[in-house]
Design a protein around this ligand. Structure first.
Ligand code: NAD
Ligand code: GLY
Length: 363
């Protein structure tokens, strides 16, 4: 079997269903994605790092359309309301009508902001995700969560708005820095840790191949994680229930990212440390065993991911940041914990003293 053969995974959402295509050479496969554009206007949103590398590959595919590009400066700090305003102004200058399409070419920062801009323009237009980081391929491009950061916290403004297609061209990973690649692996581990123990075991066996970016193993890992996420999203699009499980490690992770001013840790690194903190808290609450925590820590370490809270981050401050998480209800912490590998669960009313104790011993 050709391990790099195109994989198609459908996100089943009735008349808003869409394909996730994963494979090699997809950006230049213009006929495939051009067929998803309904109108005559397109705005490509990308950033100052990705556009010089990959905008050319898609530009020819836009021949005959009225199109423009809007480039963000690179970095999480630019996933801002101000830049959504600029993107909307770019659509205005283009004369974009309701059948216009936004194309998000880049990582999760570009994808989240582009999707939110698409949700806002004329109360919602099409957008296509062209993820170029591993993290965006396995997580942020799929499922329709879009948004931007506010000074008060991460992703606090946003909308559910599903893309019309996701085109994950694995060739783009060739230029992705090692640290970013590993951060994407954290999101792969997350899917397995939440609900797929056999996949977790597969990751343990293939950790070296994944670290070495063996294309067959990378394709398999992307497809399996996307298939898992697509299933969850199809069952619970707007996170009324089980979709919250996808946030394993996020409440801790977002607090770590915010405390590090979005520069000390990459999102995937925050998720890696956050998952381990969630595992330690689960163990402390008697929900899981030390062996589960150790198994997770070993896999994260093998994949070259951080497992400790960075020096200088104050536990009380982290707890205060965790109180702002979107999953909380008034006055109580609601966290994703686990009963062991593949058995995540939503737990409400978690005591702050237990959370603090875990934060204080994890540096
Ligand atoms: P990112 O978008 O900042 O990309 C990481 C870095 O890689 C950037 O410097 C970028 O310019 C660079 N880059 C991207 N593709 C490249 C390539 N092919 N070659 C070389 N460099 C490349 O970060 P990310 O990790 O992709 O995404 C993180 C963001 O995603 C966060 O804002 C997070 O909140 C969001 N997120 C959203 C969801 C969701 O469901 N919407 C899920 C997870 C994460
Ligand atoms: N990244 C979590 C979600 O998509 O729900």
């Amino acid at each position: 079997m050709n391990t790099l053969a195109l994989q198609t995974i459908d996100v089943a959402l009735g008349d808003r269903s869409y394909p996730v295509w994963i494979g090699s050479g997809l950006l230049a496969d213009h006929a495939r994605w051009r067929a998803m554009l309904r109108g005559r206007h397109a705005l490509v949103i990308s950033n100052s790092t990705v556009a010089p590398l990959y905008l050319d590959r898609i530009a020819q595919g836009l021949d005959g359309l009225r199109w423009a590009s809007f480039l963000l400066d690179d970095g999480e700090a630019h996933k801002s309301f101000a830049n959504v305003g600029r993107a909307l102004e770019a659509l205005g200058e283009l004369g974009a009508t309701r059948d216009a399409c936004i194309i998000a070419l880049g990582g999760g920062v570009v994808g989240d902001l582009a999707g939110f801009s698409a949700a806002c323009w004329m109360r919602g237009i099409d957008f296509i995700q062209m993820p170029t980081t591993l993290l965006a391929m396995v997580d942020s491009s799929v499922g329709g969560k879009t948004g931007v950061n506010l000074p008060a916290g991460k992703n606090l403004a946003g909308a559910f708005h599903q893309p019309r297609a996701v085109i994950a061209d694995i060739d783009t990973l060739a230029t992705l820095p090692d640290r970013e690649f590993r951060a994407g692996l954290a999101e792969v581990v997350k899917g397995a840790a939440i609900g797929d123990e056999p996949f977790f075991a597969w990751l343990e066996q293939h950790a070296d191949a994944l670290s070495a970016r063996d294309p067959g193993s990378v394709m398999k890992a992307i497809a399996r994680k996307v298939r898992y996420k697509a299933g969850v999203v199809a069952r619970d699009e707007t996170e009324q229930g089980d979709r919250a499980l996808l946030n394993l490690g996020h409440t801790f992770g977002h607090a770590l990212e915010t405390a590090g001013r979005y520069t000390a840790l990459l999102h995937g690194e925050g998720v890696a440390i956050g998952m381990l903190l969630a595992a330690r808290l689960s163990e402390r609450l008697g929900m899981s065993q030390a062996a589960d925590t150790q198994r997770l820590q070993r896999l994260l370490e093998k994949l070259g991911l951080p497992v400790a809270i960075p020096a200088g981050m104050d536990a009380q401050k982290l707890l205060a940041l965790m109180r702002l998480d979107k999953k909380n209800t008034a006055g109580t912490l609601r966290l994703i914990l686990w009963r062991g590998v593949g058995l995540a669960e939503i737990v409400s009313g978690v005591g702050e003293a237990d959370v603090l104790a875990v934060l204080q011993t994890a540096g």
